[in-house]
Design a protein around this ligand. Structure first.
Ligand SMILES: CN1CCC[C@H](Cn2ccc3ccc(-c4n[nH]c(N)c4C#N)cc32)C1
Length: 235
């Protein structure tokens, strides 16, 4: 999988090269390009933003800078736009990014992420891109960040960990929270007693069937308590 990120803060994306993601790059499972939007500016001040039409607070990122940047980054080997690339735009106004989105995106060959700042990016940039590629405007949650970079780190980690060979134990993401629609239950390791707190005896029983049933019950109980919205409605 090829990932490209366009941002005015390339250093924000350095964590992509650390730990498991860094190993995935070293193993050739993914390749990552980070591009500084200011490389496509035209003026001495390298301006990327301007005042919003219609007034209002803050600044909006310029289409005359984003357009040429995406023309280049979305290009395929023949120099024209790569029709297979998915353009992802983090925004608080986006559709919700969830595990199903991560699963779906893990099948993509190429994903380009456009990281906005200020009050966001001129909408015409995505209207224009949508003429040539698939565009998804997505939100990682119901709170407001300062820019899209942190959201890209979240989404890239959620997607890349699903790629074959990235996680040591392939089974582990099959037991993720959300993969079966429930929250994962509690985990324990040695010692069996710690500060007078015991590991649930069933986990020491060696009875795999009992352990599986107990874990499922724990997931159901935790989901009912913390995320009842994930449970199918009774009606
Ligand atoms: C007050 N204004 C409102 C509009 C957005 C401005 C900051 N901003 C600029 C670009 C940008 C990209 C993503 C996000 C973001 N926030 N929350 C999420 N779940 C996001 C996601 N994905 C936020 C962003 C702040």
């Amino acid at each position: 999988m090829r990932l490209d990120v366009v941002t005015i803060f390339p250093e924000y994306l350095e964590p992509l090269r650390v730990a498991l993601l860094g190993k995935a790059i070293d193993k050739g499972l993914i390749s990552v390009g980070v591009h500084n939007l200011r490389d496509w500016t035209h003026d001495v001040h390298k301006a990327v933003d301007d005042a919003p039409y219609g007034g209002g607070p803050g600044m909006v990122m310029k289409p005359t800078v984003w357009g040429p940047a995406l023309d280049d980054v979305l290009a395929g080997p023949d120099g024209g736009t790569d029709p297979d690339v998915l353009l992802v735009v983090p925004t608080p106004a986006g559709r919700r990014f969830d595990q199903a989105t991560a699963q779906r995106w893990s099948k993509e060959k190429r994903i380009v992420f456009a990281c906005g700042r200020y009050e966001g990016i001129d909408q015409r940039v995505f209207d224009d891109a949508a003429r040539r590629v698939r565009v998804e405007e997505v939100s990682i949650g119901d709170y407001v960040l300062i820019g899209g970079e942190v959201a890209v780190l979240v989404m890239v980690e959620a997607v890349v960990r699903l790629l074959p060979g990235v996680l040591g134990n392939q089974q582990s993401h099959q037991e993720d929270s959300f993969s079966d629609g429930l929250l994962e239950g509690p985990s324990y390791t040695r010692p069996a007693v710690w500060r007078d707190l015991e590991v649930p005896p069933v986990l020491l029983s060696g009875d795999h069937g009992k352990v599986a049933r107990w874990r499922h019950e724990q997931s159901l109980e935790r989901t009912r308590d913390r995320r009842p919205d994930l449970l199918p409605s009774d009606d």
